[in-house]
Design a protein around this ligand. Structure first.
Ligand code: ASP
Length: 546
């Protein structure tokens, strides 16, 4: 019995031990799970905190800039009820004006140094191919933009009704289409490079008074012979004598003629500097070893300017906030935006949105097979700066930085494509000019035929090339488009009231077009760039061995 109980107790002990073991294993397991969960929780916290921090660090500029835009709008609308005077608004916008000045200060050395180093770093054939790709891209996108502008204005037809109800503002300077075209070509070849840094050629007009002697011989004779007067026989000879005398009479008439004379306008002649820098860069590149000193000099200059950009970029959000707030404070009553002008504004906005958010990203995707939105996200700061400054050339330093730092676009491409793009590729401006010209025709009840629409497309393209990358430059070159089809140029004053706003949107489209163009040209030129990299590696290895 006792043995039996002993055996039982033994079994019991074993069971208890087993149970205890199992329990402690469960407990240990639970503890391990709890520990692991706590660790995972901690890691999760640190991951989210770290990633949030790194996201913030990476996108600090963009976040500040977006916040600046919002703050600017809030500030302006809360100050509007106080009805500040023009002088007060100007003082208020002072920090914004400073940003514009800082950016403009960098544009000139940036264009020159980047184009020279860009061209010098490419061999003749590679730069030729790249240049061709860039030009084809500029032409294709500009033509598409003009087409969208024309389509939108024909479909929406914002110019219904009479133009008498429209509000007029400002004054427009007259330019003749031929002279404007010739000025464009003249400006490509500045006779004085120093002057090109602050002045452009611009035809002026004057009236020349001159006299001309007019003989009346045939007129008078004809006049007399055709008159049927019955006169006596002897009178005929007298009449003949008088007619003869009159025929030899001459008259001195005074004429007035409007003639073009050389003149100039203030502002950097970007086109001239671009042409010169490209040629100069090509020559330096072809000089190989002999051109090294100049190549290094301009390279160094470019680096230094980009470092200045890195400093100024910190100030950009403050400047943008005041630029936007100042403009909203300056804005006229929104009542002018009603009716036809409101419809016109809407048509331009829809056209620009279609081009900027559908056509350009689609083109980028078709060519590169990459996500265009990721690329555009990297450009956000440049786009907001364009919106704030309404100048694609003042935005150029920021565009450079966004493309190189955020999107990793090859410097050989940005240095070459961006300055040229900022000077001649303006999709937003081309779209706007074609659309505005047809709107003016609509408010004048002027039926345009197909030939005239083609003329508008061609002149709008040329006008966008000729427009400088400065605020409201497109409004000035609009005159060329209107005169080419005989529309009244003084009607530009009908759309001035909303131009400050549309200018910002078209400048943003211009900057987006240039930047996506750089991405596309880089993708298409990757083989040449790779080949050049291999060549450079080979030569640097060779020189290291020796
Ligand atoms: N402001 C525009 C730009 O700088 C030009 C225009 O007026 O359309 O790109």
């Amino acid at each position: 019995m006792s043995e039996q109980s002993h055996v039982n107790s033994l079994f019991l002990n074993e069971d208890a031990a087993k149970r205890l073991n199992a329990e402690s294993r469960v407990q240990r397991f639970q503890q391990a799970v709890q520990k692991r969960a706590a660790r995972a929780k901690k890691r999760m916290h640190s991951i989210t905190a770290d990633s949030a921090k790194s996201f913030f660090r990476r996108n600090a500029f963009v976040l500040f800039t977006i916040a600046a835009v919002l703050l600017g709008i809030i500030l302006a609308f809360s100050l509007r009820p106080y009805q500040l005077t023009y002088r007060q608004i100007k003082y208020f916008s002072f920090p914004g004006e400073l940003l514009m000045r800082m950016l403009q200060m960098l544009v000139l050395p940036l264009i020159v140094s980047s184009l020279i180093t860009g061209m010098a770093s490419l061999d003749g054939r590679a730069s030729g191919k790249m240049g061709m790709r860039a030009v084809v891209y500029y032409m294709v996108t500009t033509i598409i933009a003009v087409f969208i502008g024309i389509l939108m204005v024909i479909i929406i037809h914002p110019g219904k009704g009479s133009k008498d109800k429209l509000h007029r503002e400002g004054r427009i300077e007259q330019v003749q289409t031929t002279d404007a075209f010739m000025d464009l070509v003249r400006n490509m070849f500045p006779p004085n490079l120093v002057e090109a840094c602050f002045k452009q050629y611009k035809t002026q007009y004057t009236t020349r008074v001159f006299t001309r002697t007019v003989l009346h011989s045939s007129n008078v004779t004809a006049g007399v012979t055709t008159t049927q007067i019955s006169v006596p026989e002897n009178f005929t000879s007298i009449l003949e004598n008088v007619t003869h005398a009159l025929g030899t009479l001459s008259e001195v008439l005074t004429f007035e003629e409007v003639i073009p004379i050389p003149g100039s306008a203030n502002g950097v002649n970007a086109l001239g500097l671009v042409v010169f820098s490209m040629c100069f860069g090509l020559v330096i590149g072809s000089m190989k070893q002999k051109g090294r000193a100049l190549r290094e000099f301009f390279n160094c200059l470019n680096e230094a300017i980009m470092r200045l950009v890195a400093i100024i970029i910190w100030y950009a959000p403050v400047g943008i906030m005041f630029l936007i707030a100042g403009k909203i404070l300056e804005m006229d009553d929104l009542a002018v935006m009603g009716g036809q002008l409101g419809m016109y504004t809407l048509t331009v906005i829809v056209g620009l949105l279609i081009h900027a958010l559908c056509i350009l990203p689609l083109l980028y995707f078709i060519v590169t097979h990459r996500n265009p939105w990721v690329f555009i996200a990297g450009l956000l700061q440049a786009l907001i700066t364009a919106l704030g400054t309404s100048s694609s050339s003042a935005t150029l330093p920021i565009t450079f930085r966004c493309l190189e730092e955020n999107n990793g676009v090859d410097r050989r491409i940005t240095r070459f494509v961006l300055p040229v793009g900022a000077t001649i590729n303006m999709d937003g401006t081309a779209l706007y000019e074609a659309l505005a010209a047809i709107f003016i025709a609509q408010v004048n009840n002027y039926e345009l035929d197909f030939g005239q629409i083609i003329t508008i497309s061609i002149t709008a393209t040329a006008a966008s090339i000729g427009a400088a990358g400065i605020p409201q430059a497109g409004l000035v070159t609009m005159v060329i488009v209107l005169t080419s089809v005989g529309l009244p140029t003084e009607d530009i004053t009908l759309i001035i009231a909303v131009d400050w706003f549309l200018d910002r949107l078209r400048t943003t489209t211009n900057v987006l077009g240039d930047s996506l163009g750089a991405g596309i040209v880089e993708h298409l030129s990757r083989h040449e760039l790779d080949a050049q990299d291999c060549e450079l590696d080979y030569f640097s290895n060779l020189s290291r061995k020796h």
